[in-house]
Structure formats: C-alpha cells, structure tokens
Design a protein around this ligand. Structure first.
Ligand SMILES: Nc1ncnc2c1ncn2[C@@H]1O[C@H](COP(=O)(O)OP(=O)(O)O)[C@@H](O)[C@H]1O
Ligand SMILES: [Mg+2]
Length: 227
C-alpha cells in the first residue's frame, strides 16, 4: 500500500479569457505522505490558491492527475469529488467562508450533518468538541459577525477538522491575522495534527511559520523553485 495521502503528477492549469490563455500552474508534481506536514511558500500571484483548489478537487487541472489515497480523483464527476472531499479532506480558506446566518456551532457541525449515517446529535457533539479544542467553548452560539478575525479562523479550522480528515488543505490560514495570533494558530494546528494523525498542506506567506513543516516547497510563477 502507498504511504501517500495525496499525489499530484504533472499538474497544469490554464485560464482562458477570450483569446488569451494564461498558464498559472506549469507541470507541477507533489507528494504528501500520511501524517506529513508540507508547507508551500510563494509571493502573491504565483498560483498557490489555484494549485490548492486543484489538489482539493474544487477545480479541475488542465493537464495532469491528482490521486487521493492512491485513487485518481481529478477526473471524477463533481458529486463524487464532493463526496470524497467530505470523507477525506478538510479545507481552510484564506477568508474563512463561514455562513454568516449560522452560529459557530452550526457552521462547524455542517460537514458532518451532510454525511450519511451521522445523526444531528453526533454532529453537534463532535462540533462542540472541536470548538472546545480550538478554545471557543464560550463562543458556540455566536455568529461569524460577532467574532474577531482570529476567532473566525479558529471556527474555520474546527469546521475543516470536524470530520477528522486524513489531510487538511489550508490556504494562508493566518494571512489576515497578527503574528502572535498566527503563531498560536500554527501551534494549535500542530497539536491537532498529532491528535488526529492527519497530514497538512498549508500555503503561507510566512517563511518562519513555513519552517515548522516537515518539508517546504517554494513556488514562483506556477513552478517550484529552490528556496
Ligand atoms: N479564475 C481565474 N481566471 C483567470 N485567471 C485566474 C483565475 N484564478 C487565478 N487566476 C490568475 O492566476 C494567477 C495566480 O493566482 P492565485 O492562484 O490566486 O495566486 P496566489 O494564491 O499565489 O496569490 C494570478 O495571475 C491570477 O490572476
Ligand atoms: Mg492565494
């Protein structure tokens, strides 16, 4: 059996706007082992979000293949990709993407409620556990608009992890936070990684935080460069 949770082979991604085609990701390959923490560093516009979306099955590559636990993932239909994402992946967006009209608890419980075979009670209990774990037991019934930036990002982490994913993909999860809060979030992520035995692929601007990973990849104009 393969020890890779994620494998991308020769990924390219282009966007076509009228007559112009821009190749954002150029023939990139990447491996994430089970339980491994990999960070990606690159300046703005280098293609990090585009890559993460392709790896997480939110978008399709123009060329190349993505394998999740050894199974080809990128060429599946949207519904099946959504199902596998819900089963195996947790995604943290740069701008939390929490639903404003729902409480922190409801936002976190949502991925589990969408799962067949999970009861409302189980979803709620697991969401409570995660919110407690990220230090927000006193904010369960608050809506995103009533929370600080750091708190919202903690809720987003709790939501990404509520279904105990094997791999968490995070797109600049601390990009909008002050340094002290960012360091705390990384420490928390490291603890949760040990607790859930999960792999993490994190995009960050912060070279120092990136250094806490098992391996670091540097990206520029859609290709890997030497760090
Ligand atoms: N949907 C899209 N259509 C056209 N161009 C896009 C699209 N998404 C991203 N791009 C372009 O791809 C490049 C990389 O974007 P992005 O992946 O967001 O970079 P990063 O996350 O590293 O800042 C940018 O030049 C951006 O304009
Ligand atoms: Mg980005």
């Amino acid at each position: 059996m393969s020890n890779l949770v994620l494998e991308a082979k020769n990924i390219s991604k282009s966007f076509t706007d009228g007559k112009t085609t821009v190749e954002v990701i150029k023939n990139l390959s990447l491996e994430v082992k089970k339980g491994e923490f990999v960070s990606i560093v690159g300046s703005s516009g280098s293609g990090k979000s585009t890559l993460l979306h392709v790896l997480g099955g939110l978008d399709c590559p123009t060329a190349g293949q993505v394998f999740l636990n050894g199974k080809r993932f990128d060429n599946l239909g949207e519904a099946e990709r959504g199902y596998l994402r819900n089963q195996h992946l947790g995604f943290v967006y740069q701008f939390h993407h929490l639903l404003p009209e729902f409480t922190a608890l409801e936002n976190v419980a949502m991925p589990l409620m969408l799962r067949a075979g999970t009861t409302y009670k189980q979803s709620k209990e697991q969401a409570e556990y995660l919110l407690n774990r990220v230090g927000l037991s006193h904010r369960m019934t608050h809506k995103p608009g009533e929370l600080s930036g750091g708190e919202r990002q903690r809720v987003a982490l709790a939501r990404a992890l509520v279904a105990k994913p094997e791999l968490m993909l995070a797109d600049e999860p601390t990009g909008n936070l002050d340094r002290k809060t960012a360091v705390k979030i990384f420490e928390l992520l490291s603890e949760l990684r040990d607790e859930f035995n999960m792999a993490m692929l994190i995009v960050t601007h912060d070279e120092q935080l990136a250094q806490t990973a098992d391996s670091i990849l540097h990206m520029q104009d859609g290709v890997w460069i030497d760090g």
